[in-house]
Design a protein around this ligand. Structure first.
Ligand code: AMP
Ligand code: MG
Length: 488
């Protein structure tokens, strides 16, 4: 592993330098070969499983690692907490990937830090396996996301509602800079660090802005805000396309890179309903499926607030410049969302009629309790399968006819509509009951006979494989009783 660390070169206010805790019997449970390739890890490095278990449990530090726990704050369910930070994670350092892209390599569940508050710094095997499966599925679905390189069993017990086997998950992300990182320095009035963080973020994620000689410092901050907003819009549209519910969209879980991070209570929506919530702690439904765009906009407003002092020393003037960008979120989101929905119906460029059709379809799916994923894949199939077309026209009534007429009237051939639909609508999502079944196997025996097949299927979400049907059946209770937990 060739580390090339930049975050740990920042001032000490940004982190605590601290080594991971030792674990008693590290055992490599999951290893991501594909990601190891992207990170240019050599075959020789990847060969020795017991050495990998030592490295990715935190028992042994790879050469060049400089472990730190990052400071950040965050709005959790709407309330500001000025002091969060990595309470159970260690950033080992950064690695340059095959394309020159810089990746953070972070251990999670690797012991206490200055930021642990009451927590034990550990992670149970369930949430670790869940993060591995869900992030891998999201990556294959084409959703911007952090990924997991490894899950290592610690050999120690962690105590949650019951004693559970412990694990460490290695997360690989474009960075771990969160909206909450900006809030941390803004809340302390530490302008020097806030400025250093903005410069660092620009260099790392938006070099085209950083290097644009036509922009002064204040303009660069406004461009940074606009760029982060753009990434957030793309992210949420992708989530809505595949039916993903993050579950805990606090500002400390919002990466400015626009990647999905922190998979704690996330889940997939089966039956379409914008009010779908699975997280046991989200009793008000703040982070329900259909609320995600509004929450993302709210989170961007918190980022804007944190950046205000860098935009203008006169607060009113700063607000005047940042506010239009936040308002523009809604319009830009709407446009991107309409385009995505049109694509789901086989229509490349959105129009008023496509939008109306999409809205009516979603309404029908909600009323008739139809599965979100299956409805779109069945529609695609029906373009070339008369039996499916007949069935859907029975189920959806005149809507089905109207949709086909719109395709014909706008001169879209069935085959090109199908092609667009097939790459927009996944055949495969990580169905909640299958994710839970695999996690249960790990909790009970530290292994799963079926995970390789499951991952193979998840890695091919737009193409059915022989094993696909084994993992795409619908849950018997329609997920009505399904609950997720933060896994802390
Ligand atoms: P999360 O729910 O994973 O987004 O975590 C929210 C905050 O709680 C972060 O600051 C975490 O580092 C911290 N945290 C969560 N679980 C633990 C734990 N078991 N030990 C220490 N800190 C934790
Ligand atoms: Mg978090």
């Amino acid at each position: 592993m060739k580390f090339s660390n930049t975050y740990s070169q920042l001032d000490g206010a940004f982190y605590q330098r601290i080594s991971p805790a030792r674990v008693s019997r590290p055992q490599l449970l999951l290893w991501n070969d594909n990601l190891a390739g992207m990170l240019q890890l050599t075959d020789e490095f990847c060969r020795d499983k017991s050495l990998l278990a030592e490295y990715f449990s935190g028992n042994r530090l790879p050469d060049g690692a400089d472990p730190i726990a990052l400071a950040y704050a965050g709005h959790q369910f709407g309330s500001f907490n000025p002091q969060l930070g990595d309470g159970r994670a260690h950033l080992l350092g950064e690695i340059l990937g095959a394309g020159g892209q810089r990746y953070d390599i972070q251990l999670k569940g690797s012991g206490q830090t200055r930021f642990s508050r009451q927590g034990d710094g550990k992670c149970a095997i369930g949430p670790a396996v869940r993060e591995y499966i869900m992030s891998e599925a999201m990556f294959a679905l084409g959703v911007p996301t952090s990924r997991c390189l490894a899950v290592v069993g610690s050999g120690d017990l962690v105590f949650r509602e019951a004693a559970k086997p412990g694990a460490i998950v290695t997360r690989v992300a474009a960075s771990h800079i969160r909206v909450g990182t900006f809030e941390y320095f803004a809340a302390r009035g530490d302008m020097e660090s806030l400025k250093a963080l903005a410069d660092f973020t620009l260099d790392r994620h938006f070099p085209e802005i950083a290097r644009n000689g036509d922009l002064d410092n204040k303009d660069k901050i406004l461009h940074l805000l606009q760029a982060v907003i753009g990434k957030q819009i793309q992210l949420i549209v992708s989530w809505l396309r595949v039916g993903f519910i993050h579950g805990v969209m606090n500002t400390d879980n919002t990466a400015v890179s626009g990647e999905t991070i922190d998979f704690g209570p996330c889940a997939m929506m089966g039956i379409y309903h914008p009010g779908t919530v699975f997280s046991s702690i989200d009793s008000q439904g703040r982070y329900a499926f259909g609320n995600q765009p509004g929450i993302a906009q709210w989170n961007m407003a918190r980022l804007a607030e944190a950046l205000l002092p860098l935009i203008d020393t006169v607060p009113e003037k700063a607000v005047e410049q940042a506010e239009p960008l936040i308002r523009q979120f809604a319009r830009d989101f709407d446009q991107a969302y309409r385009e995505m929905l049109a694509n789901k119906l086989g229509i490349a460029s959105p129009c008023g009629q496509a939008n109306e059709l999409a809205k009516t379809l979603l309404g029908q799916m909600q009323d008739k309790q139809l599965d979100y994923t299956q409805t779109f894949t069945r529609l695609a199939l029906s373009l070339e399968d008369a039996t499916e077309a007949e069935k859907l026209s029975q189920e959806l009534g005149p809507w089905y006819h109207d949709w086909r007429v719109l395709l014909t009237d706008t001169g879209i051939a069935a085959s090109s509509a199908r092609t667009l639909m097939d790459k927009t609508n996944p055949q495969v999502i990580p169905r909640n009951h299958h994710v839970e079944a695999i996690i249960k196997e790990y909790e009970e025996s530290g292994a799963s006979q079926r995970i390789d097949d499951f991952l193979t299927v998840l890695r091919s979400p737009y193409r059915r494989l022989a094993q696909t049907p084994d993992f795409q059946d619908l849950p018997a209770d329609g997920d009505r009783h399904y609950r997720t937990f933060c896994g802390t």
